[in-house]
Design a protein around this ligand. Structure first.
Ligand code: NAD
Length: 252
């Protein structure tokens, strides 16, 4: 497959690693001009160097409202205007409700949830003016299943899940021709799992794999394929819903 996104511009946050990197590369492969943003601009540059061309790189902290204005202006000014927004950047520090500090709680919500508000708030006018498009918000199975050691993360990702539906409803009422959906990955083999890997070694991965009917954790490219589907016209009647990409974990 290739060329499904020809002539479109996609802004992908957290594009320097893991799911964001795989998504940026796949959307570019599908013909989109990708604006690859990350708080770590060097990492986003590495992603772009693997794309062999059509990618713009921006240093962008998704919890910073001003940075969002600049990122959206850059994407809207790119050929074709902004029509795809992938809110992917996230952090997942472990803490139970008793362990979590107020500062830690707020930071997880800033990066994982406030970012989705800021991104959609900033991008909607540009997307609507350009004739519409698709918003894909990366949530998690942590929005659908409680995990004791991810109190703030579960809370923030559940927020992403539901705010996505309000965006779809709002855009429908305004006639913007913008679809909004959330993606809910299960455990995926990316650097976000490194703290556990460093602490527990392969056991950290094996324990996750055992809980998955397919018997393994996922690959970032498998999530990217779902994002590309939602970004493209292949999903033209899919709106305000959630796509769970978890090898069957939530089937239980
Ligand atoms: P990752 O750590 O590999 O990549 C996250 C990227 O986000 C990094 O490049 C990092 O620099 C960037 N980032 C962090 N804070 C940022 C900020 N404030 N502003 C901009 N960029 C920032 O993680 P990943 O596994 O690829 O995660 C991507 C998304 O998928 C996250 O939202 C995560 O919560 C979600 N997710 C991941 C898994 C998993 O198991 N890997 C499962 C469910 C959901």
């Amino acid at each position: 497959m290739g060329g499904r996104l020809e002539g479109r511009t996609a802004l992908v946050t957290g594009a320097g690693s893991g799911i964001g990197r795989a998504t940026a590369l796949l959307l570019a492969q599908e013909g989109a001009h990708v604006v690859a943003t990350d708080i770590d601009a060097g990492a986003a540059e590495e992603t772009a160097s693997g794309a062999g061309g059509s990618m713009t790189v921006l240093a962008h902290d998704v919890s910073d409202a001003g940075a969002w204005e600049r990122a959206v202006a850059a994407a809207a000014g790119a050929g074709g205007g902004l029509s795809i927004l992938v809110n992917n950047a996230g952090i997942a520090p472990k803490a139970t409700i008793e362990q979590e500090t107020l500062e830690g709680w707020r930071r997880v919500h800033e990066v994982c949830l406030d970012s989705v508000y800021l991104g959609c708030h900033a991008a909607l006018p540009a997307m609507a003016a350009g004739g519409g498009g698709s918003i894909v918000n990366i949530s998690s199975v942590a929005a659908l299943r409680g995990v004791a050691v991810y109190a703030a993360y579960c809370s923030a990702k559940a927020g992403v899940h539901m705010v996505t539906k309000t965006i779809a409803l709002h855009c429908g009422r305004r006639g913007y021709n913008i679809r909004a959906n959330s993606v809910h990955p299960g455990p995926i083999d990316t650097p976000i799992l490194d703290p556990d890997r460093e602490r527990f070694g392969q056991r950290a991965i094996d324990a996750r794999a055992e809980a998955i009917p397919l018997g393994r954790i996922g690959r970032p490219e498998e999530v990217a394929q779902c994002v590309a589907f939602l970004a493209s016209d292949d999903s033209s009647f899919v709106n305000g819903t959630e796509l769970v990409v978890d090898g069957g974990f939530c089937a239980k």
